[in-house]
Ligand binder design. Structure first.
Ligand SMILES: Nc1ncnc2c1ncn2[C@@H]1O[C@H](COP(=O)(O)OP(=O)(O)O)[C@@H](O)[C@H]1O
Ligand SMILES: [Mg+2]
Length: 310
């Protein structure tokens, strides 16, 4: 508990988050279905990115995964615990012990300095004052801010404040870090530094990370890339890798890659073997696109003595 580095170690196949049929309907003036029948399994140690237009339900989704909100429908298990059976106190405990939140606007208390902000989540835990301070200092050291420990938020830059917020999120050694557009208020270079830090924490501590971001270069570095639209979630991990692989090899458009990927053709080798008949079975592919694929495959096969198609 008091160790800063509480490596989960065996980042095996175990599920840390298991969500089924999550639906969230806000019933203010108009009913808004912000989340629509979303199911997701996240394994321990995964780094997941979530993209999508504004209003597509990303924050709603993250808040529900973090037990800040209760869905209208559906079930959510965190580390094997079915949260639908928990009362408010028990939910608060899961949040405190298992989950760390990072927000776009840092949400630090302005009257506290960096180390006091980091100590805050440990107040309700059974940890002595000196140990809290020691741990908070270690965490600040880990995020590269040891010599800023006595600065208040207004005496720190945006990137530094986000580092304090990350240290605070790690205070109780959560197994899951949820970040809602953590680089949204930062310039791109500072934002990259924050993403690198999250990647490092994911790798070194084994912490599962789910990050909502508009930045495609950030999203691409994730193990899994989710995309939200109108309250629904798609896994686009394959599509992006297909798109990159095919672009290098065959120079096919993103649109074509997407259609091929959705039909289950994820790698160049498989696509090189497709004949016209099989391509006609791919949903949404037009005749012109099929001709395009066939001509590029032909050119590739003629031109390359390179990777043999097996
Ligand atoms: N507390 C709320 N009450 C009513 N509607 C809400 C509430 N929070 C979000 N919404 C609506 O739900 C939809 C999804 O919002 P949100 O999850 O914040 O999207 P995103 O984070 O992708 O921008 C939006 O249409 C938004 O207006
Ligand atoms: Mg949002």
């Amino acid at each position: 508990m008091n160790e800063v580095v509480n490596a989960i170690g065996t980042a095996g196949p175990a599920e840390i988050i298991s969500a089924e049929g999550l639906t969230m309907v806000y019933s203010s003036k108009n009913k808004v279905r912000a989340l629509n029948d979303v199911s997701l399994i996240v394994k321990k140690g995964e780094f997941v990115s979530v993209r999508g237009p504004s209003g597509s339900g990303k924050s709603t989704f993250l808040n529900i995964l973090g037990c800040l909100d209760v869905p209208t429908k559906g079930t959510l298990s965190i580390d094997g615990v079915d949260t639908s059976k928990l009362n408010d106190n028990e939910l608060a405990r899961i949040r405190r012990e298992k989950i760390g939140f990072i927000f776009q606007s840092f949400n630090l208390l302005p009257i506290l300095n960096a180390v006091e902000n980091v100590e805050l989540p440990m107040e309700n835990m059974d940890i002595k004052r000196e140990q809290r301070r020691e741990r908070a200092m270690k965490l600040l050291h880990m995020v590269g801010l040891k010599d800023r420990w006595d600065h208040r938020p207004k005496e720190l830059s945006g990137g530094e404040n986000q580092r304090v917020a990350i240290a605070r999120a790690l205070a109780n050694s959560p197994s899951i870090l949820l970040a809602d557009e953590p680089t949204g208020n930062l310039d791109s270079k500072t934002g990259k530094g924050i993403m690198n830090l999250l990647k490092d924490l994911n790798k070194n501590l084994g912490t599962t990370v789910i990050v909502v971001t508009h930045d495609i270069s950030v999203a691409k570095r994730a193990d899994r890339q989710l995309f939200m639209e109108d309250g629904r979630v798609q896994d686009r991990t394959h599509e992006v890798s297909v798109s990159e692989g095919l672009n290098k090899a065959l120079n096919l458009s993103k649109d074509i890659c997407k259609k091929l990927s959705r039909a289950g053709y994820h790698d160049v080798g498989a696509i090189l073997k497709l004949d016209e008949g099989q391509l006609k079975m791919v949903k949404g592919l037009r005749k012109k696109e099929i001709d395009n694929i066939l001509s590029k495959v032909k050119r590739y096969n003629m031109g390359s003595e390179g990777p043999a198609v097996t």
